[in-house]
Design a protein around this ligand. Structure first.
Ligand SMILES: Cc1cc2nc3c(=O)[nH]c(=O)nc-3n(C[C@H](O)[C@H](O)[C@H](O)COP(=O)(O)OP(=O)(O)OC[C@H]3O[C@@H](n4cnc5c(N)ncnc54)[C@H](O)[C@@H]3O)c2cc1C
Length: 390
């Protein structure tokens, strides 16, 4: 019993757990090997209502708090954290449109995103702009009164091969000799020329989520498809875009934190079962203090990571200024705990932990990824230090 949740949320956790066990667990290995379509799974999740949990009701969502989405992600990640990463990118787009979109953009995209009929992603990073978005070089320039044209190459775009809607971060060229301004633009992928998606990058973990480079070559987008309070041609600095990037990343970070605690909980559960069953030297390994302490550390640190993650989600739901700080803390702490203790879970399983007969090796690979994706641990520490006034 998790006493930090109300009875309704406890019931949701049970429902989420049953659903992922019955519907996603059987697909997890095929998703990891990319022999089962992630797009089909996301569409199925959309159809079942798991992508609309916190989308406002007036746009076809359920209007539930963000923490409910985190509870779903936690349960999903017991089975496959890669699918959770794909949802993190999708949800970041939903959040950007909810917070910064016009009513036309909201009515057009949110119902589709909520149903999984449109898959979203954000394309911020470039070869020379990873942690540092101010180095983005993608150019957005006015074509005519109706259109802008986007040129540049993005990298590590989650859902890059399946997304219909891409939020592109670029520099708006006013064409008046003034410095360009960082901004975010909605690119509706359907019927668009000038978008070249490169093949999925092979990576250590989170393999069911695709990560693609995308090249935009004079790609046209509507002039009013920018996100934010004022048209970038009227902006005087990068302030608005920085704010939007942070908001998108905060959401994605807390989703990754929720994913990390779900993964860790599953690793703990499996480790306890193995420790109780495995005998060496005529005795159960679970009786050894060396093993018990690993399990104790895993349990204590996963509980601490869970409370911090829920704290971050609550501060989002309560619209607290502290959300940014708690999002960074949750992501940093949960990803670290997941990497450390999924490694200890492998150790408890011995050679079996290294084999793909068990899912421990996958969890270990997935957990390491969480210290880098959606902002590295070092960047989270910079944010926390800044937020505490250092
Ligand atoms: C699985 C995955 C999914 C991703 N999905 C997306 C996506 O959907 N869209 C998107 O736009 N991007 C995405 N990214 C890109 C991701 O945002 C970047 O990889 C991340 O921000 C780090 O950038 P980098 O890899 O270029 O590392 P770098 O920025 O080159 O950093 C290298 C090292 O230097 C450290 N470092 C850098 N600057 C500082 C500093 N100021 N202080 C302390 N240490 C520092 C970093 O912490 C890191 O250890 C994804 C990445 C991964 C791995």
């Amino acid at each position: 019993m998790n006493t930090f949740l109300n009875a309704e949320q406890e019931a949701l956790v049970s429902r989420y757990r049953s659903y992922v066990t019955e519907s996603i667990r059987p697909l997890a290995a095929a998703l990891e090997q990319r022999s089962h379509s992630l797009k089909d799974v996301l569409q199925m999740l959309g159809h079942e209502g798991f992508l609309s949990i916190n989308v406002p009701k007036e746009y076809g969502g359920q209007g539930n708090p963000f923490i409910n989405l985190c509870l779903f992600i936690e349960q999903l990640s017991r089975v496959d954290a890669g699918t959770a990463l794909a949802i993190a990118a999708h949800q970041a787009v939903i959040e950007l449109i909810v917070q910064f979109g016009t009513s036309k953009q909201k009515s057009r995209y949110l119902p589709l995103l909520a149903r999984g009929e449109c898959i979203g992603t954000f394309a911020f990073a470039e070869e020379n702009a990873g942690s540092d978005y101010s180095a983005v070089q993608t150019v957005i320039e006015t074509n005519n009164a109706e259109d802008v044209s986007i040129s540049g190459k993005k990298t590590w775009v989650v859902n890059g091969d399946i997304a219909n809607l891409i939020v592109v971060c670029g520099r708006f060229e006013k064409g008046d000799g003034q410095p360009s301004r960082l901004c975010l633009w909605l690119v509706d992928r359907d019927d668009k020329a000038g978008i070249n998606v490169f093949k999925n990058r092979n990576k250590l973990g989170l393999r069911s989520a695709s990560t693609n480079d995308i090249e935009f070559s004079q790609c046209k987008a509507a002039s009013d498809a920018f996100l934010g309070p004022i048209h970038p041609k009227d902006a005087s600095d990068d302030k608005d875009a920085n704010e939007q990037i942070m908001r998108a990343m905060d959401i994605a970070k807390v989703i990754v934190a929720a994913s990390a605690i779900g993964l860790l909980d599953e690793a703990l559960h499996k480790s306890v079962e193995h420790a109780k069953a495995r005998e060496q030297f005529g005795a159960n390994i679970g009786k050894l203090q060396a093993i018990q302490w690993k399990l104790a550390d895993m349990s204590a640190e996963s509980s601490a990571a869970r409370f911090l993650t829920y704290r971050a989600a609550w501060s989002k739901d309560l619209a607290q200024d502290e959300f940014c700080k708690f999002a960074a803390m949750a992501k940093y702490n949960a990803a670290r705990a997941a990497r450390l203790h999924s490694g200890e879970a492998v150790q408890i399983f011995g050679a079996l932990g290294l084999s793909d007969e068990e899912t421990l090796e996958k969890m270990y690979r997935d957990a390491k990824m969480m210290e880098i994706c959606e902002g590295t641990s070092e960047i989270q520490k910079n944010i926390i230090a800044h937020e505490v006034g250092a």
